[in-house]
Design a protein around this ligand. Sequence first.
Ligand code: MTE
Ligand code: LUZ
Ligand code: MOS
Length: 751
Amino acid sequence: MKNIDSYTHVRGESVYLDDIPLQAGTLFAALFDSPIAHGKIKSLNISEASMMPEVVKIFTTRDIPGENQIGGIIKDEELLADTQVHFCGMPVALVIANTDAAAKAAVKKIKMEVESLEIITDPRVAKEKGELIIPPRTFQLGDTVSAWKNCDYIFEGRTETNGQEHLYIETQGAYVLPQENGALKVFSSTQGPTAVQRTIAGVLGIAMNKVEVDTTRLGGGFGGKEDQATAWAVLCALAAHDLKRPVKYSLHRMEDMRMTGKRHPYSSDFKIGLNKDLKIIAYEATFYQNAGAAADLSPAVMERTLFHCTNTYFIPNVKATAYSCRTHLPPNTAFRGFGGPQGMFVIEAAIAKAAEHLKISATEIQQKNLLKSGDEFPYGQLAESEANECWNKAEADFQISKMQQDVADFNTSNTLFKKGIAVMPICFGISFTKTFMNQARSLVNVYTDGSVNISTAAVEMGQGVNTKMLQVAAKIFSISPGNIKVNSTNTYRIANTSPTAASAAADLNGKATALACEAILQRMKQVAAAELKTSVDDIKIKDGFVYSNESKTELSWEKLAMLTHVNKISLSELAHYTPPGIYFDATIEKGHPFSYHVYGTSVITVTVDCLRGTYEIDAVKVVHDFGQSMNKMVDIGQCEGGIVQGIGWMTMEELVYDKEGKLRSNALSTYKVPDVYAAPKEIMVEALETQKENAAIFQSKAVGEPPLMYGIGAYFAIRNAVLAFNPTAHLPFDAPMTPEKVLMGLHAQIE
Ligand code: MTE
Ligand code: LUZ
Ligand code: MOS
């Protein structure tokens, strides 16, 4: 089934936040944000700005009726700076004007004097100074201290992974309409409508039941709107509540890049020990997460780094410690993979280092240590592994060894161009690691004409979740998809929602939708049985008609809907779903946090131009564990997008903050994302054929985040190509592997 949005997307008819027709009297917002990363506010002068034509009001902390607080996990983030600024881009004053241009012009007239305080941008420095968001956490399995003795080889090293700009096509924004009795209707481009609702209530000091948040779809979120869509909606709500007029704020791209947090940069240390058979005996890692100036989702992101620190390998002795370090960057946030990719890069770097010193291919170490079913993760859960199945199918379908030989042959006969190859096996846990967040509700209404309306907590952001919700209802009711509509996500229809995140939206909301549909179907079957004078067990609905004892009747789905209503039986159901069997005890850091894991193996080949330092990604070939995909087009689209996004993070997207904490890569002229030319020449995604049971909706495993991590292979493929040119190249494990770094690496020697 095609993505149900494809028709309106192609025709430009899909409605995003900026497409909502404006009510008469709508006001526009703009922010004065801090130009300095850390300091005491000495004075804030808004008088000249207030006198500007068309300016209606300028809001500062003094105008906040409730709490000046937007922190989700920890209440450590002010909406508007009060006495201090903590990062460049921190909101300080909100200008409301009759036009967008007037609001922006007035911002330029605001003057702030700041007494500078020390600026920290490096997470290791923050850790040394005791600037931690939460106490450190350690995951442990076996005993590394005694295991080192049994290792024949031990390698140590350090890695850096940089942040990543989300670059959703639709920037952040919100539009708030005041309603009667002090209520607000909020249109927000958010992955988390409930977080927006709760935070508006807190900042305004009103009850959550007065805040209706509605989200039709996002032009991409990628985690950047899980938490960080909230501030803009709250600012609009603050003004709309006060002025009793509609208020809109849709960020300019440069404002968005400057003011919002990104994927967390990490600096990490590793120590890996292997025996003669290349079994990894012990692994230690220390992660320094650059959280930025406030917690945001950093504690949860840090936790997932620990969960994924051994990627898809079984290592009997592990000790991994993570620090969430407070710096003066914008608070960093969720980004596809949520700390997992950062953890996985480090173990892959450790394996690469071992392989390079042992003069073997990293694939030998990787393959020997893949998880088997029953192996224990460092957090206590036992694997139901597809790691070997994916690797073996990749070997069978793509002939990895032959590909490696072809690369070696090419490299012997070419001097200025070198090819590189790397294999990247992945394993990603599905569930929110905060166990209570794994719940969802779905409201299904069947109308008397047989048409169906579904509301869930899932937010459509291009990942196709609405299409999947529709498929669930179409399959259970056995009616035409054309008879079903999926509603916008709305906190008045579905309350207390988890954000659409953790790749879990289709599972959680799909299973809730399935429960709701089954309950309605059961009632309708009872009505049909009474009407046809047979037992419920003999009734089936197939392709829009009631079947009695396997034979088609005159009773259509539409007639049955009306008949059910006339019998005073409800055609609506609100169902609640929470996955069974997951728990985690943070006091011992053990449990069964994930419903299941998604596995896969990618093989990446690249060609490096050794004169220029430029490179091309030749091919990415993947065997991916879909379970049994309920929508191949959507799921392969998720793989392709994730792969390219992962390659971008690892190779070309270079986030640059200077020592003053100012973002230098603050526009698309200085921040390069993969375009169609930089994307791999070939992407091939093969499904691992398996009929095994799993906990996913219709056995169709979550697919949103895992494919991003295939992109990590691009880093190591390029590294291998550089080493083929210059075996003593100086190449620290410092991602992204930009053409500049490749060029320096190609021609520099290890000191
Ligand atoms: N795909 C598109 N097109 N746009 C997005 O913003 N976000 C990703 C992924 N795929 C995203 C996307 C992220 S970060 C997540 S967590 C999942 O989609 C969320 O949706 P799901 O739970 O329905 O997979
Ligand atoms: N968000 C979250 C996530 O709040 N908890 C998670 O475990 C998670 N995992 C991946 C992506 N977003
Ligand atoms: Mo995705 S990082 O869970 O929004």
